[in-house]
Design a protein around this ligand. Sequence first.
Ligand code: ADP
Ligand code: MG
Length: 362
Amino acid sequence: MLFDLQPKRRREDLYDREEELKEFSEAIELGETLILLLGIRRLGKSSLLNVALSESGKPFSKIDVRSLYFTHGSIPQELLARKLLEGLLKSLKGRDKVRMELVKALSRIKGVKVSGLQVEFDEKPDLAGLLERLDAWAEKTGRRVIIAFDEAQYLRLSGIRYDGLIAYAVDNLPNLTFVLTGSEVGMLHDFIGLDDPKKPLFGRYAREITLKRFSKEQSRDFLRRGFDELGVKVQEEEIKKAVEKLDGIVGWLTLYGYIRGVRKLPEKDALDELFERAKALVLDEISALTRYSARYRFILKAVALGNSSWSSIKEYVEFKAGKINDAKFSALLKNLVKYGYLEKGEDGYSIPDPVVKEVIKR
Ligand code: ADP
Ligand code: MG
């Protein structure tokens, strides 16, 4: 169902993204070892990743780093190793022969115990060593193994040098492909540091697949198809109006479709309901930032209200929250760009998501 709110898993529930899927499988076929899947929140990175992985036909493991970080407050190696191996086993569901081969290979590793789909360690696992063994298994069986970290920038909060580990694997383990996704594109770039001579991945080649919003036409088509699929009649006027408000951000279009087509709220209430839900979501997403400095909220508000230049934003923030020195203010602005909440273009700063803009303004 197109209007299912969960990240999509099946090709038939995924609208378009043909190009991106093609590029992904091309990178895998070429044996590339690092793929980045980038784009602001709700453009469908997780959905694309799910479908690309399941269509790849390869053993894969997908780790939702953000939720791991928030449920455990950190990402210890042991947890990551367990999730990684259990994910791999799970991806081989229905392919018992390959799975048995993998179980055999894993069981030969000292300290690793596999029972069914579960993995335990008798001693603290050595993640680099595990990856080496997986690479060797992949080489021997002629099967590339894909390891995906969804919202990978959260790995940098773990206190462990996972960037170094990934760099090592990308360089030395040719049968593994790492996929890193990130909504906080600047943060992810900082974490992997392809352009930073001081970072372990400096100068490496990475395949970057950047998700774009849908065009107005695609967005309308998406809504029409979704409503058709549910057998719900919706006027063209309404579809046009929704796309004007939500732009081509598929996550919001899906939520609108869900509110109207699944929950069947009347048209007059649907956008209000959407903005209510969006507000809760967005405030939760920025809460870590605003806890750190209340000024983040004022900066976003200034931009939402139409201030786009450095000085007019600063003026607004100082009016609301008192004096702030230039360097500190610039640092806050820069962070908001890195986190994907602001964009910096020729006309100054803007909020890339019209729904976020609207809820901040309210
Ligand atoms: P991201 O990971 O970029 O934040 P998600 O994959 O979680 O985005 O998608 C956000 C919402 O949009 C979810 O409700 C998901 O089901 C929906 N969605 C994303 N991409 C598509 C697509 N191509 N077709 C249909 N629905 C999609
Ligand atoms: Mg996601």
